[in-house]
Design a protein around this ligand. Structure first.
Ligand code: UDP
Ligand code: MG
Length: 338
């Protein structure tokens, strides 16, 4: 396998990998044949997100076997799935870009469905998991969060958790211009899309290993999604503050009136406590919410690099002009502009 690598393949498949050693071989065994079956020129860009197991070595091994269609980006630490994807976006050269999880929860055979939707003129293709195979609490939580997001931002996504998605080159370039530190890639892409759509794809249980997302990191991710695309939580909060202030003002007036007409009263201590706790609770929540935004502003202004690259394994590419002369590699079409 020493065929040269095309400079601009039809499709770049970007896959973040974090401690996926047990499942990687199964991924290779299904991914490459599925891509070969599509009959388009492609490259697979793996991003090793600071794995502590042998994932990076397995990826390097795969690069040695299929250098013409494989590129491996090794990051210098664990930066998280979305930053790893951003590193992949910056590296990918394809006219279209497909993201996939490494754990085989998204069947590689369904990549064709996403590409078909792009051929139909869509510049961003999201996906909906046909039969979601995750633990029950995650299904419920994601349903509730979906509804919250739909109410507070303009992002419409039936299934925010599924990372099997396709992006046109124009969107990839737009994302590469963004400098934000904490983001939720599908939502960011959605804001740039002119003709987004969704297709239904399969979903399987994790092939091996376990989910890298704890409850805590899921909560953090959802705060990124909420605060990154809407300031409505803050506005809602000031609205609530006004309502509470009005209500307690009314209560004060009522108490004064009763003091005048009924005379001094005792009791009501617990009502007072209840009111007080209610308001303290809201105030604390508000301070926390402010903190979420301020913390993110702080991270942005520091402008630290979003990820550090330790190594990139790739074969020198053939310039697009020479690409047409290569046997078996068609020149890439320009990205479809709807
Ligand atoms: N992942 C990553 N960095 C991380 C966590 C996860 O690159 O810090 C990758 C992981 O290897 C997988 C994908 O992101 O390819 C999705 O992770 P996971 O399957 O753990 O998430 P879930 O499917 O449980 O939402
Ligand atoms: Mg998974």
């Amino acid at each position: 396998m020493t065929a040269p690598r095309p400079a601009t393949p039809d499709v770049s498949v970007v896959i973040p990998v974090y401690n996926e050693e047990p499942g990687l071989q199964a991924l290779f065994d299904r991914l490459y044949p599925a891509l070969d079956a599509l009959g388009v020129s492609y490259e697979v860009v793996f991003i090793d997100d600071g794995s502590r197991d042998r994932s990076a070595a397995l990826l390097a091994d795969q690069f040695a076997r299929r250098p013409a269609v494989t590129r491996v980006v090794v990051l210098d630490g664990n930066f998280g799935q979305h930053r790893a994807l951003l590193a992949g976006f910056a590296q990918a050269r394809g006219a279209r870009l497909v993201t996939l999880d490494a754990d085989l929860q998204n069947p590689p055979e369904d990549i064709g469905l996403l590409l078909a939707a792009m051929d139909a003129g869509h510049d961003y293709v999201g996906s909906i998991r046909r039969m979601r195979r995750d633990v029950a609490w995650r299904r419920w939580a994601s349903k509730a969060l979906n509804q919250l997001r739909e109410r507070t931002s303009r992002i419409r996504m039936t299934d925010q958790g599924c990372m099997m998605r396709a992006y046109g080159r124009r969107i990839v370039d737009a994302i590469n211009q963004c400098r934000e530190m904490n983001t939720f890639l599908p939502a960011l892409a959605y804001t740039f899309a002119t003709n987004p759509t969704e297709v239904v794809v399969g979903h399987e249980e994790r092939f091996a290993g376990e989910s890298k997302y704890s409850l805590y990191s899921l909560v953090r991710l959802n705060f990124d999604l909420m605060t990154g695309f809407s300031v409505m939580p803050l506005q809602l909060f000031s609205m609530m503050g006004m309502l509470v202030a009005l209500a307690s003002g009314a209560l004060f007036v009522l108490l004064v009136v009763r003091r005048i007409f009924v005379g001094p009263e005792e009791g009501g201590l617990f009502t007072l406590f209840a009111l007080l706790f209610f308001m303290v609770g809201i105030a604390l929540f508000g301070i926390g919410l402010l903190g979420e935004y301020i913390g993110r502003i702080y991270q942005e202004v520091r402008q630290r690099p979003r990820y550090l690259i330790r190594a990139v394994l790739e074969q020198p590419a053939v310039p697009a002009a020479a690409q047409a002369c290569l046997p078996g590699i068609a020149p890439a079409d320009p990205p479809a502009r709807p």
